[in-house]
Design a protein around this ligand. Structure first.
Ligand code: ADP
Length: 159
């Protein structure tokens, strides 16, 4: 059987509990998962790409089937060059779906062998987004139940 590789792309700024479960569930479905940390030049990042990559490694310290990389170019080409079977994304709410559907169709248009797999967020995690976590944290709110412990430590160290 050929190896089944999934690419899990996102900003992960920072990695939340919602991201962690999607990656964990991806590892249960695929032989290997590459978390692709994206750099968006239009957004001012909270954490550098290197810091975001390190957080993923810290949350999954003993997982040889997980890799972390940086993605700057076109996701579909990058994923295809890596020999990925699919792109793995989480769906939190119907509002995610409109954008995700367009992306999945575009990526398949560009690379027809590339599929997108969507995992529904956990029932208690759908309200968790990186931007909201950042906002609450900056305003002094408690986000300790929303992000993994190494991420919370990095957030506290940054401020
Ligand atoms: P992007 O900047 O591309 O939206 P994110 O880092 O926000 O990337 O999210 C990466 C992926 O994780 C997306 O598929 C997103 O829908 C999913 N995701 C984000 N938060 C959650 C959550 N709380 N539960 C499940 N999936 C989530």
């Amino acid at each position: 059987m050929p190896e089944r590789l999934a690419i899990c792309p996102g900003s992960f700024d920072p990695l939340t509990n919602g991201h962690e479960t999607i990656i964990r569930r991806g590892l249960a479905l695929f032989d290997r998962v590459i978390v692709a940390v994206t750099f968006n030049p239009r957004k001012t990042p909270f954490f550098s790409v290197e810091a975001r990559k390190q957080m993923v490694r810290d949350v999954f310290p003993d997982e040889p089937r997980l890799e972390v990389d940086e993605l700057n170019g076109l996701l579909a080409r990058w994923a295809s060059d890596k020999g990925a079977a699919c792109i793995l994304r989480g769906l939190r709410a119907p509002s995610d779906f409109e954008y995700e559907l367009q992306m999945a169709q575009m990526n398949r248009h560009l690379h027809p062998q590339l599929d997108t797999v969507f995992l529904a967020s956990e029932a208690d995690g759908s309200y968790v987004s990186s931007s909201l976590v950042r906002e609450v944290f900056v305003l002094g709110g408690d986000v300790s139940d929303l992000v993994p412990a190494p991420v919370l430590a990095a957030m506290k160290a940054r401020s």
